[in-house]
Ligand binder design. Structure first.
Ligand code: NAX
Ligand code: ADP
Ligand code: K
Length: 475
């Protein structure tokens, strides 16, 4: 698990560190880290460092100062460095002097093996100004971003205009939200500045965390003791949603999965190990229910959702289930107040549910997910390229995207099944949902392997993703 801190938190810690270190020392340490990473990237991409060409895009603040100092350190390794000053009269004075001393040039860049983006960092506000935006839109070489990709908001990851698409970002002291919310950050490396940081604002699970938490059968287990997942999904029109959701739960754990609904025949024929019935009332005992994918929004679907919400176990509500909750808020009265409810909306479902409550999904997805979680007293998993998982008390996990291959029909149904299985296994619900999301992201990567995939293949990749986590945890 690693933490993510807001700009405000990092600034406060930096101020404290600046007060106890000699002037300029933190910047040189940060810039040295940039130069080391730049040399690594040059070696990986061109086979060497000496004689390679690096262009620095230098803005008017300390972010530009970092880039200039990094250029100075790269000169010492024989790199040809050219600095493009976006605001020549406001460029960092000591950084520019250091670069000139070591033989760096200032001018107009042409060809580069690597561009170092020092346009703007933590003080970024709004879209990039015209000149910077122009440079960014003409970038052809790979980019190493200093602290964060310029043009992206540090706290929300939103890119309101032209923005750098970094291959690598070297950040300082701590990860900020942009690094987990925006795929434009690329591969993120952190240079330690010895900051004294408070509790993080966001957390990210890693393979070993998931591997430690994932429920594996022990000698005393049987098919019931590992937590039985119940799936209420699918319809005559959408039997596939039932097959995918149930299949994800089957692949995620070795216990048992029950299915209740219209697609019992289809589910049985694809997953013979599932105990399938026509209704929630006949389904038998489960430790968690998932409801919604392909369920429909008619009266019977409404009754199904009500039955699941009142079943006295944790519940995950997705897709049509969310639409039903938006349309018939009285369904909340059926909810067992002692049981956790997880909602897994994509943006449109989020809007459907949240807008009538006065919560809009703006550019700050973390704030929006937290607001809805707190307002409804539920756990909200907001889907997207990066997935945000917020609890009513504010604890929040982020699953950064590892690829975009999960943007495929039915992949949300797979996630719902995973969440159900993780909830049924017990333990802290936030951790359970976070683990399910991690496995989903990882299964997406394994399923795709660099080429288009589909939700059925993601289901089949689940055991491989769980195995990676279990191995990482040394179990
Ligand atoms: N404070 C510290 O202890 C350290 C700070 N460091 C660096 O300092 C950076 C922060 O420096 P600053 O506070 O000087 O600010 P920045 O360098 O992030 O940006 C400030 C400058 O960018 C301009 N700017 C703001 N928004 C813009 C936009 N949308 N388009 C174009 N230009 C824009 C502003 O006019 C201002 O001149 C960090 O990101 C990091 O790179 C590092 O040297 C490590 C130590
Ligand atoms: N561009 C993307 N990059 C990474 N993950 C994505 C992207 N688009 C969608 N996803 C993920 O894929 C899943 C899609 O779910 P959903 O929108 O419910 O699709 P469906 O209804 O087809 O199942 C979510 O888990 C979401 O986080
Ligand atoms: K930058």
């Amino acid at each position: 698990m690693y933490g993510v801190w807001t700009v405000g938190q990092v600034r406060a810690a930096e101020d404290e560190a600046l007060a106890r270190t000699p002037a300029g020392a933190l910047m040189r340490r940060a810039a040295f880290g940039v130069a080391v990473a730049a040399a690594e990237v040059l070696r990986e991409r061109t086979g060497g460092v000496r004689g390679r060409r690096v262009v620095l895009l230098v803005g008017s603040g300390n972010n530009g100062g970092d880039a200039l100092w990094a250029g100075h350190f790269l000169r010492r390794r024989g790199v040809a460095v050219t600095a493009v000053l976006l605001a020549p009269d406001r460029a960092h004075v000591e950084g520019l002097a250091a670069l000139r001393r070591s033989g760096g040039r200032v001018g107009i860049a042409d060809r580069a093996d690597l561009v170092i983006d020092g346009i703007v960092g933590l003080s970024a506000r709004g879209p990039l100004r015209a000149e910077a935006a122009d440079w960014v839109s003409r970038l052809a070489a790979p980019v190493l971003a200093v602290d964060l990709p310029s043009g992206v908001d540090p706290d929300t990851g939103d890119a309101p205009g032209a923005a750098v698409d970094a291959a690598v970002t070297v950040t300082f002291g701590a990860r900020k939200p942009v690094h987990v919310l925006s795929a434009r950050s690329g591969d993120v490396r952190v240079v330690d500045l010895g900051l004294d940081l408070p509790d993080p604002n966001l957390r990210v699970l890693e393979a070993a965390d998931v591997g430690r938490a994932w429920r594996l059968p022990g000698p005393a287990d049987d098919k019931y003791t590992q937590g039985v997942t119940g799936v209420a999904a699918g319809s005559a029109t959408y039997p596939g949603a039932a097959v995918l959701t149930t299949g994800a739960a089957v692949r995620a754990t070795s216990g048992m999965v029950r299915y209740a609904g219209w697609a019992a025949d289809e589910v049985r024929s694809r997953w013979p190990e599932v105990v399938a019935t026509g209704s929630v009332a006949d389904a038998g005992r489960v430790q968690a229910w998932v409801a919604g994918p392909g369920l429909g929004t008619g009266q019977v679907s409404r009754d199904v959702l009500g039955a699941v919400l009142g079943a006295g176990v944790p519940t995950c509500v997705d897709a049509d289930g969310i639409t039903l909750l938006a349309r018939y808020p009285e369904l909340w009265d059926r909810r067992d107040p002692d049981q956790v409810v997880v909602l897994t909306p994509h943006d449109r479902e989020f809007a459907r549910l949240a807008e009538p409550l006065g919560i809009s999904l703006g550019v700050d997805r973390v704030a929006a997910a937290r607001a809805l979680a707190s307002r409804l007293g539920v756990l909200v998993l907001l889907k997207g390229n990066a997935t945000v998982i917020a609890e009513p008390d504010g604890r929040t996990l982020v699953s950064p995207a590892a690829s975009s291959w999960l943007a495929t029909a039915g992949s949300g149904d797979v996630l719902t099944g995973l969440v159900g299985a993780a909830l049924a296994a017990g333990g802290d619900p936030l951790l359970a949902v976070g683990c399910a999301s991690w496995v989903h992201v990882r299964a997406g990567v394994l399923a795709a392997g660099g080429a288009p995939t589909s939700a059925s293949v993601v289901v089949d990749a689940i055991p491989g993703a769980v195995r990676e986590a279990v191995v990482a945890a040394g179990r």
